[in-house]
Write a protein that binds this ligand. Structure first.
Ligand SMILES: Nc1nc2c(ncn2[C@@H]2O[C@H](COP(=O)(O)OP(=O)(O)OP(=O)(O)O)[C@@H](O)[C@H]2O)c(=O)[nH]1
Ligand SMILES: [Mg+2]
Length: 207
């Protein structure tokens, strides 16, 4: 029988950062994902972090979400938050063109801090329930995402549409990116058939 990791052993942690302009719904998405609740009131965030155990494709993992302030004035503070991130949900509101324009600056800052073109990143068009107030065409957002080589997904924190999807898809990107860097650093076994079996024995690597 194969030995399972002990229950007390901390699961792999995936660190997700919510970025985007003020009021686009970063907190609403986070709270909907965490607690299945939609928060109507707008209370600007300073910075809040959340942690939850989830089952990702059969593996127990932990997601760590840092919900940042859209109105953060200090770039240096943002840099610090971004540095700790392993993946980014870059959120705008489909009902606010300005918030879409701002995603380019967030992307730039993330790439500068992480110095990695392939950092796990998703462009998220939130408030898709406000179709009658749409200011950003799907094609416009898709073409930007294509240019960046990242996925584009529309969500609604109000109806919960695609909320789980964006968090889980991002965790998969993070997972893949971690596996890729482990392989690149020589952890790879010579026998590829054995690799599959070893997946079950995968240990938590503390960096
Ligand atoms: N209709 C609709 N309203 C939403 C949605 N997501 C968020 N809102 C509302 O938009 C307002 C701002 O949402 P927040 O989640 O606080 O925005 P935020 O991005 O966290 O803002 P900052 O913390 O200032 O950066 C709140 O009143 C929410 O109820 C959505 O998907 N649809
Ligand atoms: Mg917020």
């Amino acid at each position: 029988m194969m030995s399972k990791p002990k229950a007390q052993q901390p699961a792999t942690i995936h660190k997700v950062i919510m970025v985007g302009s003020g009021g686009v719904g970063k907190s609403a998405l986070t709270l909907q994902f965490m607690y299945d609740e939609f928060v109507e009131d707008y209370e600007p965030t300073k910075a809040d972090s959340y942690r939850k155990k989830v089952l990702l494709d059969g593996d127990d993992v932990q997601i760590d979400i840092l919900d940042t302030a859209g109105q953060e004035d200090y770039a240096a503070i943002r840099d610090n938050y971004f540095r700790s991130g392993e993946g980014f949900l870059c959120v705008f509101s489909i009902s606010e063109q300005e918030s879409f324009q701002a995603t380019a600056e967030f992307r730039e800052q993330i790439l500068r801090v992480k110095n990695d073109e392939n950092i796990p990143f998703m462009l998220v068009g939130n408030k898709m329930d406000l179709e009658d107030k749409r200011q950003v065409a799907v094609e416009e957002a898709q073409s930007r995402a294509q240019q960046w080589n990242v996925p584009y997904v529309e969500t609604s924190a109000k109806t919960r549409a695609n909320v789980d999807k964006v968090f889980y898809d991002l965790m998969r990107l993070i997972q893949r990116s971690k596996e890729a860097s482990q392989n690149a650093s020589g952890v790879k076994k010579p026998n590829s058939g054995k690799d599959k079996k070893d997946k079950k024995h995968r240990k938590c690597i503390i960096l």
